[in-house]
Write a protein that binds this ligand. Structure first.
Ligand code: NAP
Length: 162
């Protein structure tokens, strides 16, 4: 099963200057709960944006064309074809970003875990592709209001292929 997990703002933005759009501790907790114990696949930029890397208690695989890339407790794939040779069928896999990687996987994954952040960042520089309503159906939503620690309202949504 290949899943994708992402936090998207209202203008489809996902990143700014190599970082996330905002700090939403409840979303980080949600991400940890969903991905712990699974395999996470990410692009090199996302890997180096992580404050703590590799992500603990998960199998970490980094996509890069850099044949010199090595990092402790981290696997590397130099192409999507090579990535698939590293995965086995019963493994739970999450594509965790960033923009370049999401673009290549949106049509290949089975399920999307999307946190919709109800705010717009005009100066964002990285975006998520359109979630095509002809392809994806939203099967669950859970809206959460802003609070003292989480500055914007957000909705946890799950999409499956129609
Ligand atoms: N909102 C969210 O949920 C979320 C999640 C993750 C990331 N982000 C944000 O997204 C931004 C980073 O995204 P990004 O688009 O700049 O970079 P990225 O997708 O994280 O990484 C891109 C790099 O990955 C490697 N790569 C990608 N596809 C590959 C392939 N098929 N084969 C081999 N290597 C491949 C390439 O590295 P080489 O150049 O070394 O070949 C490429 O330059 C940051 O702002 C980050 O905070 C947001």
């Amino acid at each position: 099963m290949i899943n994708l997990i992402v936090a998207i703002a209202e203008n489809n933005a996902i990143g700014i200057a190599g970082d996330l759009l905002c700090h939403l501790p409840n979303d980080l907790k949600h991400f940890k709960e969903i991905t712990t114990g699974a395999t996470v696949v990410m692009g090199k930029n996302t890997f180096f944006s992580l404050p703590r890397r590799p992500l603990p208690n998960r199998r970490n695989i980094v996509l890069t064309t850099d044949t010199e890339f090595t990092y402790e407790n981290t696997e590397v794939a130099h192409s999507i074809e090579q990535l698939y040779t590293l995965l086995n069928e019963e493994e739970e896999v999450f594509i965790i970003g960033g923009g370049k990687v999401y673009e290549q996987f949106i049509n290949a994954v089975d399920k999307l875990y999307v946190t919709h952040i109800h705010h717009t960042w005009e100066d964002a520089d990285t975006f998520f592709p359109e979630i095509d309503p002809d392809t994806w159906q939203c099967v669950s939503t859970q809206r959460n209001e802003a609070d003292e620690k989480n500055p914007y309202p957000y909705t946890f949504a799950v999409y499956t292929k129609k």
